[in-house]
Design a protein around this ligand. Structure first.
Ligand code: SOE
Length: 386
């Protein structure tokens, strides 16, 4: 039986629930995991919120605020799933208290904060990881393997969109994700962050970018109450939207490939449309999160007259992570990506090695986010500087 590790989570909303599934199910799916997490304590802004999450999600203790939990002597790992404005303070305090840190994306509000976080984990030697969970979709991992095996040859194009539509109603209120001081940016940091990370993972480093950012609805009702998931109730008074509703950009990769990125919360009919296509000298690969058990592949080397896209159902036990789940064809879903992340995190902590995507990947992503913001302001191409 593997050793145990006590986890403290800060943040009890949508992402808190998603991460909790990871801790709850990891040893169930992967009995070979090197450390078994114990869901020791959950903290939230109010004790009522923390207590109700404790009961529903299955944590042992509940507490208020983040300052105490990061010092708790019986906790070895802090999971940060608060609003983005708190990531840096919590992660730095946790690392300085000798705790390993797992942090939601985007890593922080800006590059300077990411660097502070890196300094803290480097000086204390704790393990760190960022929750870019889409790397952990089996189909995405398969894409990575196939690219490494030469299935698409030299990559020419990266084409990615992350499309949502949950704030299209102008009466939808000003949740924290729509406030710059809490979120840093809007669709950009929330959604582009994911497809930037996937581009880094699957194609390579981004050298320079040219972007545009747009806010379609500039005023909304203030928030009256959150209602679970991404849901919220509107209040009476109006307030300013201070983030982008949509951000699009072009990118030049260091290896010569070119890319397009589009993140929006105004793509009606697209609930969670995280999609990409990569075209290379020998073939193409494409992925759509709303069909996450599938990977599409086109091989230019197939015989003339026999070419075409094929759809691989990525559920065989030989596919990444699938040995933990069901027999072939028994599909998995979004929450499983969190279990896979936690599996890697537990093994990383046991091996004393920060598993990718870690804070260095988080910083690289933030540098692209920031370069796009600068480009949108100036109307110029901007070089990505880490
Ligand atoms: C809301 O846009 C959201 O929950 C993001 O914050 C997540 O990172 C993404 O995975 C799904 O959508």
């Amino acid at each position: 039986m593997a050793d145990k590790i006590n986890v403290g989570m800060v943040g009890a909303a949508f992402m808190g629930k998603a991460h909790s599934v990871g801790y709850r199910d990891v040893a169930f799916a992967f009995p070979d995991v090197k450390l078994v997490p114990v869901m020791k304590e959950i903290a939230a802004a109010t004790i009522e919120e923390a207590e109700s999450a404790r009961q529903v999600l299955g944590w042992e203790r509940a507490s208020e605020g983040w300052e105490k939990i990061v010092q708790a002597p019986d906790i070895q790992l802090i999971d940060v799933c608060t609003g983005n404005n708190l990531h840096k303070d919590i992660a730095v305090a946790a690392a300085r208290a000798g705790k390993h840190v797992f942090c939601e994306k985007p890593m922080a509000m800006n590059v300077a904060e990411c660097k502070e976080m890196i300094k803290a984990v480097e000086e204390t030697g704790v393990v760190h990881m960022i929750n870019f969970n889409y790397r952990r979709v089996p189909a995405v991992e398969l894409a990575k393997q196939m690219i490494e095996e030469g299935a698409i040859g030299t990559p020419y194009h990266w084409r990615a969109v992350y499309l949502q539509d949950w704030i299209m109603d102008p009466k939808f209120p000003l949740v924290w994700r729509l406030k710059k001081e809490l979120a840093g940016s809007g669709a950009h940091g929330d959604l582009n962050a994911h497809i930037i990370d996937l581009a880094h993972y699957l194609v390579g480093d981004i050298d320079s970018v040219c972007g545009l950012m747009k806010t379609f609805i500039k005023q909304r009702p203030e928030l009256a109450a959150t209602t679970g998931g991404l849901g919220a109730k509107a209040g009476e008074t109006m307030g300013e939207v201070t983030v982008d509703d949509a951000t699009l950009f072009l990118a030049k990769f260091a290896n010569g490939a070119v890319g397009t990125f589009e993140a929006t919360r105004f793509a009606g009919g697209n609930r969670n449309g995280n999609r990409f296509e990569i075209n290379g000298s020998e073939g193409s690969i494409r992925f759509n999160l709303e069909r996450l058990n599938e990977l599409e592949y086109f091989d230019r080397r197939d015989k003339e007259g026999r070419q075409g896209w094929k759809t691989i159902l990525v559920t065989d036990p030989v596919h990444p992570y699938m040995k933990g789940w069901w027999p072939a064809g028994h599909i998995i879903g979004w929450q499983h990506t969190f279990v896979h992340q936690i599996y890697n995190l537990m093994n990383g902590i046991a091996d004393k090695k920060s598993p990718a995507p870690n804070f260095y990947d988080g910083l690289k992503c933030q540098a692209v986010l920031e370069a796009v913001e600068k480009s949108a302001e100036t109307g110029q191409w901007v070089k990505v500087e880490v």
